[in-house]
Design a protein around this ligand. Structure first.
Ligand SMILES: *Cc1c(COP(=O)(O)O)cnc(C)c1O
Length: 381
């Protein structure tokens, strides 16, 4: 085996600051010097720049990704007593956003090859009460959006996208950001476009959607001290907006670095005992995560850890089995997501992971997996 750096972090978020230190410092000081600490020009400018980047007509900055989802759902009319179809296999925020609207979650299982909602299972989940379908572009790879949009059109059900892991991803050569009624973004620090704190946004081509979110996120107010709806305080912080403006300029380049790491893994980890993520022409991933599936995941993870390679699990416990949702969903048969929670392993990836580090991961993991029996997507781990 070749020598490798002593410790390989799963993701080094601090390296983003180190690389862009002077630009970021300048941007933050610009906000401090402006004496405008809520909303103002930084937020406006970021909203315009991000809308342009994702090819949407409108962008509304909000406090975080969960709020982006919740406000997006409300903006398409989701409220108490409605049902919302969402993927069973996702981060808990997707579920919580529906619950917070007072609506009922209707979980739908992921594709057998791939991780996103299986469009062939969606129609059977629709009822008279279905008010929205949420698509999550998990791990950076777009879902089968075309099929979901068709179903939405056929049944006149709005579609909301959770794009928290998909900044810059493309569906049929068009960036995620305006295919559906409303697209929710998180700029949590570890995301492909990450702030240095909490931040989020919704993009849309529908002006009434943007308008409702903007008003609701600012105390239900269009004009100061006039409160037309029961709103909340969920605004994008201008310091984070200023940081995001700097990082938006390097997003494509940093996504390319991620893709380069993903290519190394995909070309060099070809073993029967591991299922690699797929590369699909019409669904271009931005490799937020590089997720493999293996049998005996926890043991393999331990061995990697002992070799100084930090990995992640996205996610170890599916939402339906969490204490917070177990009473309601624990008995539901959601086997694919349960299997995935046992088998998935996220390898180190990020804009600051070097090729040498990726090669080292390949070496060590290849070694660990060499004598393991073959394993296929859909196998129970
Ligand atoms: C990160 C994330 C969210 C939530 O974003 P926050 O900014 O942490 O609230 C929602 N959905 C998915 C898929 C995410 O990865």
């Amino acid at each position: 085996m070749k020598p490798w750096p002593s410790k390989i972090p799963f993701l080094d978020v601090g390296a983003a600051y180190t690389e862009l230190k002077s630009e970021i410092d300048e941007a933050i000081h610009r906000v401090l010097d402006s004496h405008m600490y809520v909303l103002g020009p930084e937020v406006k400018n970021f909203e315009h720049e991000f809308a342009d980047y994702v090819l949407a007509n409108h962008c509304v900055g909000v406090a975080n990704g969960l709020e982006a989802l919740r406000l997006a759902l409300r903006s398409v009319g989701v409220s108490k007593g409605d049902e919302v179809i969402i993927p069973s296999h996702t981060f808990i925020a997707t579920w919580l956003a529906v619950t917070q609207c007072g609506a009922q979650i209707v979980p739908v299982e992921p594709e057998i090859v791939g991780f996103n909602i299986d469009p062939s299972l969606v129609e059977a989940a629709i009822t008279d009460r279905t008010k929205a379908i949420v698509v999550v572009h998990l791990y950076g790879q777009p879902a089968q959006l075309g099929k979901i949009l068709e179903i939405g059109k056929k049944y006149r059900i709005p579609i909301v996208e959770d794009a928290a892991q998909a900044h810059g991803a493309e569906y049929k050569n068009r960036k995620i950001g305006s295919h559906s009624d409303a697209v929710a973004w998180s700029f949590y620090p570890s995301k492909n476009l990450g702030a240095f704190g909490d931040a989020g946004a919704v993009t849309t081509n529908r002006i009434e959607v943007a308008d409702q979110i903007r008003v609701e996120a600012n105390y239900g107010s269009r004009v100061k001290y006039e409160h037309t709806v029961l709103g909340t305080n969920s605004r994008l912080d201008p310091i984070q907006a200023a940081v995001l403006r700097v990082k938006l300029q390097v997003l494509d380049e940093w996504n390319e670095r991620r893709e380069n790491i993903a290519r190394i893994y995909s070309q060099k980890l070809k073993l029967n005992s591991v299922v690699l993520p797929s590369w699909v022409k019409d669904r271009r991933s931005v490799w937020h995560l590089y997720v493999v599936q293996v049998n005996g995941r926890d043991e393999i993870r331990d061995q990697l850890d002992k070799a100084g390679i930090e990995t992640g699990i996205h996610y170890p416990v599916p939402p339906q089995s969490q204490l917070s949702y177990r009473d309601q969903f624990g008995q539901m048969r959601l086997e694919r997501s349960a299997d995935l929670s046992r088998n998935v392993l996220s390898l180190p990836i990020g804009p600051h992971l070097t090729e040498a580090m990726a090669e080292a991961v390949v070496d060590v993991l290849g070694h660990i997996l060499a004598d393991k029996p073959s394993f296929e997507a859909g196998d129970q781990g």
